[in-house]
Design a protein around this ligand. Structure first.
Ligand SMILES: [Zn+2]
Length: 259
């Protein structure tokens, strides 16, 4: 077993689950199409980025940061590779759309609706061998997978940890993506949301009276829940800094600033 600094990537194909009917032919074709698309993306990946495993409609890749390498250089390399995935994916999707045109099944008819999302997160990762297979474990692996559930609400994007964006920002336009926050049980995570290359993110909806009210309500609910939970002994085993009222208020303020 070894604990190594690693940059992890999840690429996820979405667009199918909504309408695939549970007919065998459709399911088989859906599986074939997803496999072809994932393969086109994975063919594009180069060292130090390598595949760990396929996870349904997603692929989990990683790059170990070698001790002699400059960390920011590895982060930039991984981001550039991930950005290149989008063009390859789109090209293969168009080809497939053409190839399967004549099949009337839901999967083949829906190829052009498929989209790619990518998630990048660096962290300390535990590498262990289980039955000859390399297994990646640790809190950062869990966090990366949590990012799949988010409030982004777009079809195609790259969601990355702030560190990745900071490494790349120097050679980007100032309006490249925007900060994004997600709340998980570990707390609020500061991320960066970027569009696939050659595209722009749609502008944020303007803050309205209703959206501000919703934010305030969410804050009040969390505040009440927090106050209530302090009366119970469940959190005694945690260090005070993690569960204190002060840390909660700081986090809530941060969320308020970047809803
Ligand atoms: Zn078909």
């Amino acid at each position: 077993m070894a604990l190594l600094p690693t940059v992890m990537v999840l690429v996820d194909i979405s667009g199918y689950t909504r309408f695939i009917t549970y007919r065998t032919i459709s399911l088989i074709h859906a599986e074939q199409i997803i496999t072809e698309l994932l393969e086109s993306v994975l063919d594009q990946a180069e060292f130090p980025l390598q595949l760990n495993k396929l996870e349904g409609d997603a692929a989990f890749l990683f790059a170990v940061v070698p001790p002699e390498a400059e960390r920011t250089a590895v982060l930039r390399d991984v981001l550039a590779q991930v950005e290149a995935f989008f063009a390859v994916f789109a090209r293969r999707r168009e080809q497939l759309g053409h190839d399967v045109e004549r099949c009337r099944c839901d999967a083949c008819q829906g190829v052009l609706d498929l989209r790619l999302k990518a998630f990048i997160h660096p962290g300390e990762v535990l590498f262990k061998q289980v039955h000859g297979l390399e297994e990646l474990a640790g809190e950062d692996v869990i966090l990366l997978h949590r990012l799949l559930k988010n409030r982004v609400g777009l079809d195609e994007y790259i969601l990355m940890s702030k560190e990745v964006a900071t490494a790349a920002l120097c050679d980007r336009r100032a309006d490249w993506g925007r900060p994004h926050h997600e709340s998980y049980d570990v707390g609020t995570v500061t991320l960066h949301l970027a569009p696939p290359p050659g595209t722009m993110l749609p502008p944020l909806p303007p803050s309205t009276f209703l959206s501000r009210l919703r934010l305030r309500l969410r804050f009040m609910t969390r505040l009440l829940r927090k106050l209530w939970s302090r009366r119970r002994p469940n959190y005694r085993h945690l260090p005070a800094a993690e569960v204190s009222f002060g840390s909660f208020v700081a986090e809530a303020k941060e969320m308020h600033r970047h809803p």
